[in-house]
Design a protein around this ligand. Structure first.
Ligand code: UTP
Length: 293
């Protein structure tokens, strides 16, 4: 099975849920504690053995390219001022990864954004990470999916259990435990996916988290997918086609997911990661304890 080397990070969305913050600043550059969201995703790529990160960008997103570019003037300024720790932080942002950029000229959906990366991905398996989702676990989320892909050759997505009253906010899978798999009931065979179903119609409580490992044949499935009611091509359309061919697995994620694309999720991520920060955590905890709520 081909080794997973590439990851696609779609960053061309309009970020409407965070307006007015995202009028001139990309949502993916909003900061949780001391790093922009996109850096969490890139660090996950590096920790997962990815070598080449492909950003699908759009207008007003050049801050992302600048963030991952070299900054020799800033580094030497910091070194001259004796701020070597800050200089190191700046230098290590790119994590030794290779970066490529391609454009999605109109935000026509996540499936369309992924399709824009087809030429740069080529005939290889690839990861997709939604950068507004922070996935925190002992084994990096993308690493876990890559290992399952490399063992099976099948597409695989992470899912987590959500309460019934929240299924309408997610992509929900219809699946059964994969028989005789070495991962026991952690890996499921996906039969179908439904985007944001009502509680009555949801086929399960397993929600798609925002981490995917896909075979290149998904590009053919996306090319022939028809845009939905709002003119967008959803990644779910391509995933459904893979599932119908029996080529899609789901892996139950056992880490913590922060949906920072949503305001409440963003605040939760800030509090939780602030509490875990080695330098800030203790004082932040004292501050929170002292709040009169
Ligand atoms: P979201 O739906 O969370 O992002 O897509 P959005 O559309 O920017 O946000 P809202 O709903 O308007 O607030 C998840 C990821 O997919 C990218 C987004 O940039 C985000 O990182 N995306 C989404 C694209 O690249 N292109 C699209 O057409 C849609």
């Amino acid at each position: 099975m081909k080794k997973v080397r590439k990851a696609v990070l779609p960053v061309a969305g309009l970020g409407t849920r965070f307006l007015p913050a995202t009028k001139a600043i990309p949502k993916e550059m909003l900061t949780v504690v001391d790093k922009p969201l996109i850096q969490y995703a890139v660090e996950e790529c590096a920790a997962s053995g990815i070598e080449h990160v492909i950003f699908v960008t759009g207008r007003h997103k050049s801050a992302i390219e600048d963030h991952f570019d070299l900054a020799p003037e800033l580094e030497s300024f910091l070194e001259q001022k004796g701020k070597s720790e800050q200089a190191r932080l700046v230098r290590e942002i790119s994590n030794g990864l290779r970066f490529s950029y391609t454009r999605q000229s109109e935000a026509l959906g996540l499936g369309h954004a992924v399709l824009c990366a087809a030429d740069l991905v080529g005939e290889e398996p690839f990861a997709v990470l939604l950068p507004d989702v922070i996935a925190e676990s002992r084994v990096p989320a993308t690493r876990e999916l890559a290992e399952i892909y490399e063992a099976t050759g099948l597409g695989v997505i992470h899912v987590e259990h959500v309460p019934r009253e929240r299924v309408h906010l997610y992509g929900i899978i219809d699946a059964e435990v994969e028989k005789k798999s070495r991962w026991g009931d952690k890996v499921l065979r996906v039969r179908n996916l439904v985007e944001k179903p009502s509680a009555e119609k949801a086929p399960s409580n397993w929600a798609v988290t925002g981490r995917y490992l896909l075979p290149p044949e998904i590009f053919d499935d996306l090319r022939t997918a028809r845009p939905g009611a709002i003119g967008e091509i959803q990644l779910t359309d391509g995933l459904c086609r893979l599932a119908k061919k029996g080529k899609l697995l789901a892996c139950v994620y056992d880490g913590k997911i922060y949906d920072a694309g949503d305001k409440l999720g963003f605040l939760e991520a800030t509090v939780q990661l602030g509490l875990k920060d080695p330098k800030l955590g203790e004082n932040f905890r004292k501050y929170l304890r002292g709040l009169k709520l």
